[in-house]
Design a protein around this ligand. Structure first.
Ligand code: DC
Length: 233
């Protein structure tokens, strides 16, 4: 009898900006041979489309139309995800400050979220995915096999963001203030605010190294694999 192939889990990683989600999700996916789906990149792509069309970030109907008429693709690439908007590589552009700020604004609208959540479910439904964002464990995959809520002290998150931006020479105070404001918006919006799912495992990475966080999550993945062995029928 052959070994059952390991079940292809759905792993949700949620948390605020600067908690280390992207790095951890990408390293974990690589280790497991899973696809890493960064849901924030989809909101960022829509934000960029809104900037290009000079659309108001408050106009839900127009934003929904832009989303419906765009093709947003996430592709695996060396060193992370490649994000394509209507076939154009926008991976670097969507990390810039104006898009970062706008992504948090366009993502407050319920109908925009509904559309995004449906696309994210289509992408992840087959399993073998690490999906990261703000509402993956609460809304996109409430039945995910493993839900992680990755958090860290706000001061540490700001510092990490500043370290990332330093190379680009962005003013420290402005970056920190933007992160605080984005956090506030993501946590207080009416639809799917950032919050830990009840059945998530909360990991506070304040005084943990990346490797320690990854080890902890891998332990949890192993437990889930044992708890839910492969479908071999
Ligand atoms: O994870 P990120 O920083 O790339 O996300 C950009 C913005 O998109 C973030 O401020 C909130 C929003 N977002 C969301 O509302 N839901 C998600 N699942 C992912 C991101």
């Amino acid at each position: 009898m052959t070994d059952p192939s390991p079940r292809q889990l759905i792993i949700a990683i949620d948390g605020p900006a600067g908690a280390g989600k992207s790095t951890i999700a990408s390293r974990l996916a690589r280790k497991l041979g899973y696809v890493n789906l960064e849901s924030g990149a989809m909101y960022r792509a829509l934000a960029l489309e809104a900037i290009r069309w000079d659309a108001s970030f408050d106009d839900e109907a127009v934003l929904l139309k832009l989303a419906q008429e765009s093709t947003i693709k996430l592709e695996r690439a060396v060193g992370g995800n490649r994000v394509l908007l209507n076939g154009m590589d926008i991976s670097a552009r969507i990390r810039e400050r104006d898009v970062t700020e706008a992504a948090s604004k366009v993502s407050v609208h319920p109908r925009v979220r509904e559309w995004m959540v449906a696309r994210q479910r289509e992408m992840g439904i087959g399993g073998g995915v690490v999906m990261e964002g703000r509402d993956i464990g609460t809304k996109v995959f409430p039945d995910a096999d493993l839900k992680i809520f990755l958090d860290a002290d706000p001061v540490i998150r700001e510092q990490r963001r500043l370290d990332q931006q330093k190379v680009k020479g962005a003013p420290a105070e402005a970056i920190a203030a933007e992160l605080r404001e984005r956090d506030r918006r993501d946590r207080t919006r009416t639809t799917s605010p950032l919050e830990a799912a009840e059945d998530s495992v909360v990991i506070d990475s304040t005084s943990m190294s990346e490797d320690e966080v990854l080890d902890r999550i891998e332990e949890l993945v192993e437990q889930r694999m044992v708890a839910a062995p492969g479908d071999c029928e």
